[in-house]
Design a protein around this ligand. Structure first.
Ligand SMILES: *Cc1c(COP(=O)(O)O)cnc(C)c1O
Length: 367
């Protein structure tokens, strides 16, 4: 059996007629940037998240960057983030001139550990970026309480967790201003690059809108040095269609994860992802851990099963960040996760036969 790590085939063939019609309407609208379709998607995404504002941005990395800029994060500031995040979180902070400060995640949930935050806070700290990594919501109440106590801003990186909940409230609604990505492989994915900011705050939302569009609110009047970081009208068109299916697709991801757990619980050589009792997990990724990760990945490849590693090198050991002066051993949990994590295929449209085959191959590897 051949099972790719990710396939859009079933997902996209099922909605093809709707997507093609939406494209034709876009094509015939003769309006291609900052038009009605983006406004429509922003409205729909705000409704989905039960939040006041969505601002469509060119991609997830730019969305984090714009979020930081609206909060006026700058050189000399420090911004706290988990030591095991995807590089985009770190890059966005670097663009502002601020210094990324890493805090180790919880070894079971892989998420920013609130009890370790306080030790990382200095007089320069301005903001915390919790990352709902792999699709599980961070402990936002605990993180928010610490942020409040120290007067820090919170920016959620919600690129992997559209629709996940912490104590029944959706990710992307806790922070002062939050960022998400609609990269094609994300749980809600465009057919190209796209991202967004979400916020309850009117003035932050209008500032973000200005920043994404040349620092302009009124055509040819520029109040700040802005950027061209707008979500594409075409991507907004596709995303409005796909948003209707997000809940259904999330349920499918959850069912696949449940099946993996049932099949793999007996396999004592691997560690399954742990979900915090107050959080939900929308399974952007299903990440297992084993000391024999590389050999297991090779074995699964030989058996036709595609897997990936998220992520093989933690940010503090990336060449791009040698100037921060970190060495191996500085963030042992992030390093351990990088060494032992393996992401199994999980996409809506996968069937239980495929999940069972993958699980069976994993068990046979260890016996
Ligand atoms: C994908 C991702 C981003 C960046 O999004 P892009 O749209 O690819 O720029 C940022 N943070 C996390 C955690 C991501 O997974």
């Amino acid at each position: 059996m051949k099972i790719p790590f990710l396939s859009f085939e079933l997902l996209h063939s099922a909605i093809r007629p709707e997507m093609v019609t939406a494209f034709e309407n876009f094509y015939d609208s003769y309006w291609y940037v900052l038009g009605d379709r983006l406004v429509e998607f922003e409205k729909l995404y705000s409704e989905f998240n039960q939040i006041k504002h969505t601002v469509g941005i060119s991609n997830g990395l730019d969305a984090i960057y714009i979020a930081l800029k609206t909060l006026e994060i700058q050189a000399g500031d420090e911004v706290i983030m988990p030591s095991n995040t995807f590089i985009a979180t770190v890059l966005a902070v670097s663009y502002t001139g601020a210094t990324p400060v890493f805090v180790e995640p919880n070894l079971e949930t892989y998420l920013l550990e609130p009890t370790k935050l306080e030790a990382a806070i200095t007089s320069r700290t301005k903001a915390i970026i919790p990352v709902h990594l792999y699709g599980q919501a961070c402990q936002m109440d605990e993180i928010g309480a610490i942020a409040n106590r120290f007067g820090l801003k919170v920016i959620e990186d919600n690129a992997q967790a559209h629709g996940a909940l912490y104590r029944n409230r959706m990710t992307g609604t806790f922070g002062d201003i939050n960022a998400t990505s609609f990269y094609p492989g994300k749980n809600l994915g465009a057919l190209g690059d796209a991202g967004a900011i979400t916020t309850q705050d009117d003035s932050l939302a209008s500032k973000a809108k200005m920043l994404r569009n040349y620092g302009s609110q009124q055509k040819y009047r520029h109040d700040v040095i802005g950027y061209n970081m707008r979500m594409d009208e075409l991507q907004a068109t596709f995303l409005s269609v796909k948003l209707n299916y997000l809940n259904e697709w999330t349920e499918k991801r959850m069912e696949i994860a449940k099946r993996y757990r049932e099949q793999l619980i007996s396999c004592k050589s691997i560690i399954l992802p742990v979900v915090h009792p107050d959080a939900t997990h929308v399974y952007h990724l299903f990440v297992i851990r084993t000391e024999r990760r590389d050999k297991l990945q090779e074995f699964l490849q030989e058996n036709g099963i595609g897997t990936l590693i998220h992520y093989p090198i933690p940010p503090h050991l990336q060449k791009a960040y040698t100037h921060l002066g970190y060495v191996k051993g500085d963030f042992p949990i992030a390093e351990e996760l990088a060494k032992t994590s393996l992401s199994l295929p999980i996409w809506p449209g996968m069937n239980f036969n495929q999940v069972d085959y993958i699980s069976d191959r994993i068990k046979s590897f260890f016996t």
